[in-house]
Design a protein around this ligand. Sequence first.
Ligand SMILES: [Zn+2]
Length: 395
Amino acid sequence: MINYMQKNTLDNLFSETLKILKDLISFKTISGENNLEFIDYCEKKLKPLGASVVKTHNKDKIQANLFSTIGNDNGKGIILSGHTDVVPATLSDWTYDPFIARDKDNKIFGRGACDMKGFIACTLAAAPLFASQKLNSPIHFSYTFDEETGCLGAPLVLKDLKKRNIKASACIIGEPTSMKVITANKGYNEYITHFTGLSGHASNPNSGVNAIECAIEYSNKLLELRNELRRIGNEKIFSPEYTTLQIGKISGGIGANVIADQCSLEWEVRPINKKDSDFVNKSIEKFTSDILLPKIKKNNPKGSIDKVIIGEVVGFDKEESSYAANLVCNLIGDNSKNTMPFGTEAGLFQNAGISTVICGPGSIEQAHTIDEYITYDQLKNCLKMLISLQKKMVQ
Ligand SMILES: [Zn+2]
């Protein structure tokens, strides 16, 4: 039961969370774009509490990760981890401006409300609580860039932690799970394959190399691989229980009467294990070098097929006895453990030797959607978890 003091704390933290969340939604942190204002905002919240702040930047310094610590490091800290980027939102599709938070029916609407600025707002609102008493282990805040486009920021954070020799006993990734504990997720690989042929008049097909036709043959091979993955997959903890492969975008060509010299395919794989990921890469590369490329080169020695890796994010594997999962089950008073069919940063933290769990406010049903929202209840449940965590850390 929540006593009066706790309720008081919860109410205070909740109104602060709403304020912060509205601010966070106003930063247009679409993946690939500048997130420095967002990071500055978080830094200004954390630094006055005596927290240390380390930022790691992307190459052209327009994006940053923030890693902040309250308390003295003893190698047993807990990391609260969220990504700062959001997927794009088209103004005309939304009922209201996606980057101006709207507070209605006990919900906050706005791009990123549930994925995952709601969680970051909760952690920033709770930070003063963690700073108010001496903690027996530190609490870390990790806010990364470009999670949605292949987890480009998190590896820089992990590299920095390794360099500074900072270890942690658990990492809680606050992706929207409706505050359920998630202990495994599939990997996420994203690719673009560029085909270069030779332009020519359509009346004489032999005068050129049709890049679109190459892309179609390549696509057919991918679909063949997809069927094979479906046939061999039987990882019962996931739904669907096999590795999925999808072609999401095809672009190229000028018009019906011109042989297309350029085409590109954007495609993705969500592997249930590393073996499937390797299988796809090896098979498509072999098909390219043994069959498709020689065919292109016959008419145009300069023709090419380039497969570019946008991101290859390792899956998050279920551990038999996970410290992080048990900790969060204990905090939220729910022992059920689930899995998710999409990629997160969890596998990266896990591979760095940190016990990891995914649990955060908001429903995945609303993530990436038009008129995305998060409910008051979900934010409150997340705050309750953080309050319990703080209590555990001062005992
Ligand atoms: Zn997310």
